[in-house]
Design a protein. Structure first.
Length: 103
């Protein structure tokens, strides 16, 4: 009955490899999401308000294309519309201090 141990080993190896390849695909394709909760906390907004100000990040059509960067001026404007008492400096600091970590 040597087939069962080899079958289990083969299955586990396949799952491990698929996980590695899926992780690499995300790292190469879509940029990391900003930490919406941390930005919201720094600005005194809800996570939903902050998240709605950021565009949905899509994978580029080709692996050779870099992912598009969001327009930070539009994001800052949206965040200030959510709370008009926020200054430009507060918004800039919150966004800078909570930049997503890159691979």
């Amino acid at each position: 009955m040597l087939i069962k141990p080899f079958a289990r080993l083969f299955l586990l190896g396949g799952l491990s490899l698929s996980t590695v390849f899926l992780d690499q695909g995300d790292a190469q394709g879509r940029p990391p999401e900003p930490p919406f909760a941390a930005i919201a906390s720094d600005l005194g907004l809800s996570t939903a308000q902050v998240e709605s100000c950021f565009p949905r990040m899509e994978r580029p059509a080709s692996q050779s294309e870099p992912p598009q960067r969001p327009d930070m001026n539009k994001i800052a404007s949206c965040l200030k519309q959510a709370d008009s008492s926020l200054s430009d400096r507060q918004v800039q600091d919150a966004l800078r201090n909570n930049q997503p970590k890159r691979g």
